[in-house]
Design a protein around this ligand. Structure first.
Ligand code: GLV
Ligand code: MN
Ligand code: MN
Length: 410
């Protein structure tokens, strides 16, 4: 097969979409269901219609576009997300959506007919930055998150996800439920250093690690920073600091590839001259091994209990989101590997440490992913970057893998 994607057109689309929500330092802030997200979605829908796709939007605001096949068979779906974290980069999510669109545009250019239809998807609130949990659009679609819970998720300002969907005009009418699919394929940046370090342009993703999110609220006694003697204080932030320290120690204690992060801390009243009365924090734990992740959660329970007792504060600890380790489908993984081989570029098998919509899609249909290198392994930051040569290899691998899964017919 000699047909290829159009690198120049892909680069132009990356530049144009990258301007929607661009930060002064060349990164991206396009939070889920914000005005920037709406503008990005509108642009993508215009391009999808321009490529001849039949576009539909479901009740979670997930956007789908479909190109007919020769037979009424389940489609091969490619996709990712178009939301970003605050001061994030222009590759996480957006690249997968644009490579899916480019693969479809290339099918059109080359007049390729496939037996199965080929489609693309843009999932709502993958990042979990504005509304928790992450991957909420695909999670509802896979039946793992109730629709009403998703609608009732609130951002920091108390704004409901369901209301924002309606406000930006993306509360669609299609049911958000599993549908018959031949396969789901997602191209994404690696977000780690391995591919770049090894000089390998394509990661054949075998699966995704187990992820757990917890929310801890510590209740101390708010009081004056001056007249209150140290001996009678119950400082929620001091207890929180001890928990942060312990969370950092857990991976060293348990070994393996466990990682732990406290990424969010909300302190009340958060002024210089009051003892913090309340702290809310997030704890993100990930491990390729579900059993070790369970052990980490038990250590977290004990660490919180001890920190609260020492400082004389009370707490609520909620382990509210869990996604198990997810292996991908051998035939889709194989299709990605063959596509890389047919391009004559090096590839290697890899496990994802980041969550992706593919993790929920794997519960619906045979699923796989393609990784391209991340410069210095950086992501969720404005420095995110992938060289265009690698993007081109990844997009061509996606195009070829989709063609083979959809059974190209001359
Ligand atoms: C998504 O970016 C996640 O892995 O949290
Ligand atoms: Mn992503
Ligand atoms: Mn991300």
């Amino acid at each position: 097969m000699t047909d290829a994607i159009n690198r120049k057109r892909l680069e132009e689309s990356m530049d144009a979409l990258g301007r929607v929500g661009e930060t002064p330092k060349g990164g991206l802030t396009r939070l889920a269901l914000s005005d920037e997200d709406r503008r990005g979605r509108d642009l993508l829908v215009e391009w999808m219609r321009g490529a001849g796709l039949r576009v539909t939007v479901d009740r979670m605001g997930n956007i789908f576009g479909e190109r007919a096949g020769r037979a009424a068979l389940p489609p091969v779906l490619m996709g990712s997300h178009a939301d970003s974290v605050p001061t994030g980069g222009k590759y996480d999510g957006q690249l997968g959506v644009l490579c899916a669109l480019e693969a479809i545009r290339s099918l059109n250019d080359h007049g390729i007919r496939t037996r199965h239809p080929v489609g693309m998807a843009i999932f709502t609130n993958e990042e979990g930055a504005r509304f928790q949990p992450a991957m909420i659009g695909s999670g509802v679609m896979a039946g793992k998150i109730p629709l009403e819970d998703a609608y009732n998720a609130r951002d920091r300002d108390g704004i409901r996800l369901g209301d924002e969907l309606e406000r930006i005009g993306y509360l669609g009418s299609e049911p958000c439920v599993p549908r018959p699919l031949r396969a789901y394929l997602e191209l994404h940046i690696e977000q780690g250093p391995i591919l770049e370090e090894e000089g390998v342009p394509i990661g054949v993703v075998e699966g995704i690690v187990a992820i757990s999110w917890s929310r801890l609220t510590l209740h101390g006694t708010q009081d004056h920073a001056g007249p209150t003697p140290m001996r009678i204080r119950h400082d929620a932030l001091v207890a929180a600091a001890e928990v942060v320290r312990r969370v950092r120690e857990i991976p060293a204690e348990l070994g393996g590839d466990l990682v732990s992060t406290v990424g969010r801390l909300d302190v009340t009243p958060n002024i210089p001259n009051a003892i913090p009365g309340r702290v809310t924090m997030s704890i993100d734990l990930r491990d390729p091994d579900d059993a070790r992740l369970d052990r980490a959660l038990r250590l977290l329970d004990r660490a919180v209990e001890a920190a609260a007792r020492t400082e004389g504060v009370t707490y609520e600890l909620e382990h509210y989101w869990r996604v198990p380790r997810t292996p991908f489908a051998p035939d889709v993984v194989g299709a990605v590997e063959s596509a890389a081989r047919s391009l004559g570029v090096r590839s290697r098998r890899i496990l994802s440490g980041a969550g992706h919509d593919a993790q929920y899609m794997a519960a619906i249909c045979p699923t796989g992913m393609i990784f391209v290198p991340s410069r210095a392994g950086r992501s969720h930051c404005e420095e995110e970057f992938t060289p265009m040569d690698d993007v081109e290899h990844g997009a061509n691998a996606l195009f070829r893998a989709a063609c083979s899964l959809a059974e190209r017919a001359e």
